[in-house]
Write a protein that binds this ligand. Structure first.
Ligand SMILES: NC(=O)C1=CN([C@@H]2O[C@H](COP(=O)(O)OP(=O)(O)OC[C@H]3O[C@@H](n4cnc5c(N)ncnc54)[C@H](OP(=O)(O)O)[C@@H]3O)[C@@H](O)[C@H]2O)[C@@H](O)CC1
Ligand SMILES: Nc1ncnc2c1ncn2[C@@H]1O[C@H](COP(=O)(O)OP(=O)(O)O)[C@@H](O)[C@H]1O
Length: 450
């Protein structure tokens, strides 16, 4: 058993169907799986229990409840007070939520909701078995809006995508994992991202060795967004970073606070990685056809995404680009505009939404938000479990776009998918902080990890 986050390497995630197949094959040669699962739950419960009161174990009708009952037996065997039932005992020292796991197939009914509410209000730490009851394993949504908000979740046998995206991280608490001694014999449904190495700098390299980035955005009044992206690309290590500030005369400095940045235009920088759309306003639509036709690599964000969503011809140009050369970074609302649906439909199944957008536009998609998804045609989707609410502030997405451009400039042979996985994970890890991170501070934290 191990605490899972932050991840030290990329880990396989298995959806319900794949987990079921793994479970069925494992049971054929290891029929004691539930014993192992219950023992793992009991061990973690011992570590989490606070006080002398009974451990309350709420068991459901299926095997999730079976795990809970094994844990109850194990804990009783060592002399601990255990209360198995759907109502709270006085002053429980821990709650074990073993109501529903992988088999959740409808919103919890009224009786289950009453038990869930009692768990939530009894004041004890909650340990969920495999999944918080009510949380959908594939999507990270609460079925019908009701799910246990656990303090800890012990995932068993497989890691399920829903623990890491959508609302999953809000419901799961601290995550633990026990594979029950089984090596999965299935292709993963998705990857849980681990850290990627940053580009190495050869001792004999010069600025020309580290590529160029051209930021296009920053309409009057919104230059900050383009400048944040440019500063992030510079901090990432790009050799030269240029800014095309829309509507500002070319004689104006790129960024008075960052003299390393230069003004530049697509026509003069045919090799530069384009980062397009940060603070760009609607006029970015005029610049997009040339960028989409000519820029060898593009990171497309914010207003550029909205312009593409509103224009079929721009969408055709996106699809026509060389495979692996285009990376879109929508937040859920921008993704919804691109897909022609509403935000709740995107959030209901983030993996499916990102994959569908990647398929439709034939490019890499980073669907941002808690548990960012990276999806590309022909690639297994990835989920980023790093990052947190300190990133929920204006400008952190601009920093991500610039960082991705900076990475790509230094690794021109890498696909959009590889760059997105590396950059999104680094951005998330740098964004793990208490309180709120100003975007400028986020850049410093990213740079410090180089
Ligand atoms: N097999 C093994 O050895 C291992 C199993 N493992 C463990 O098993 C868990 C999966 O067990 P599972 O497949 O039995 O599903 P589970 O989550 O207990 O629920 C199914 C039951 O709940 C019911 N139900 C569903 N939704 C409901 C609702 N909203 N409200 C009310 N009832 C609802 C559903 O009822 P029905 O649809 O039949 O009416 C059915 O009776 C997995 O998460 C892990 O903990 C692992 O430890 C590995 C070893
Ligand atoms: N709660 C959260 N957990 C993890 N990452 C988050 C969270 N909130 C925001 N982020 C990340 O912060 C960034 C915000 O981007 P975006 O919404 O485009 O902001 P902006 O346009 O203001 O820069 C994204 O990378 C997103 O994934």
């Amino acid at each position: 058993m191990q605490a899972l986050l932050p991840t030290r390497s990329t880990l396989p995630l298995f959806d319900v169907a794949a987990s079921r197949r793994i479970e069925a094959r494992a049971l054929a040669h290891s029929p004691d799986l539930m014993e192992r699962a219950g023992l793992a739950v009991a061990k973690l419960a011992l570590a989490l229990r606070r006080g002398e009161g009974p451990i309350w174990i709420a068991c459901g009708p299926g095997n999730n409840g079976g795990d809970g009952r094994v844990a109850a037996r194990r804990l009783s065997e060592i002399g601990l007070p255990v209360h198995v039932g759907h109502t709270a005992p006085p002053q429980p020292s821990l709650v074990i939520d073993a109501l529903l796991g992988l088999g959740l197939n409808r919103p919890p009914d009224a009786a289950l909701q009453t038990t869930i509410a009692a768990m939530q209000t009894c004041g004890a730490t909650i340990l969920a078995v495999d999944l918080p009851s009510g949380l959908l394993a594939d999507t990270g949504q609460a079925a019908g809006g009701a799910a246990v908000r656990a303090d800890h979740t012990l995932a068993l046998l497989t890691l399920k995508p829903g623990l890491f995206t959508g609302e999953g991280r809000g419901y799961g608490g601290q995550l633990w994992f026990d594979d029950l001694g089984i090596t999965p014999d299935e292709v993963a449904s998705a990857d849980l991202l681990g850290p990627s190495p940053l580009p190495q700098r050869n001792p004999t390299s010069h600025k020309g060795s580290h590529g160029q980035v051209l930021i296009v955005g920053g309409a009057p009044g919104m230059q900050g967004a383009a400048r944040l992206a440019a500063r992030a690309a510079l901090a990432c290590g790009a050799g030269r970073v240029y800014v095309d500030l829309l509507g500002l005369p070319a004689t104006e400095p790129a960024d008075p606070g960052q003299p390393e940045l230069m003004r530049g235009r697509l026509a003069d920088l045919p090799q530069a990685v384009g980062v397009v759309g940060c603070g760009a306003g609607p006029t970015i639509a005029d610049a997009l056809p040339a960028l989409l036709r000519e820029a060898p690599k593009l990171v497309i964000d914010a207003d550029a995404l909205n312009a593409i969503a509103a224009d079929d011809e721009l969408q055709t140009l996106v699809r026509a680009r060389t495979a692996g050369s285009t990376l879109l970074t929508p937040h859920p609302l921008e993704a919804a505009r691109l897909l022609g649906c509403d935000t709740s439909a995107v959030q209901a199944d983030r993996l499916a939404a990102a994959s569908e957008l990647a398929r439709r536009l034939a490019c890499t998609v980073v669907l941002k938000g808690s548990g960012s998804i990276i999806a590309s045609p022909g690639e297994r989707p990835a989920i980023c479990a790093s990052g947190g609410p300190a990133l929920a502030t204006a400008g952190s997405g601009d920093v991500l776009a610039g960082w991705l451009g900076g990475l790509w400039a230094q690794q021109p042979g890498a696909s959009g998918h590889a760059i997105a996985c590396a950059g999104v994970d680094a951005h998330g890890r740098a964004g793990e902080a208490g309180g709120v991170l100003r975007a400028g501070d986020l850049i410093e934290r990213l740079a410090a990890r180089r």
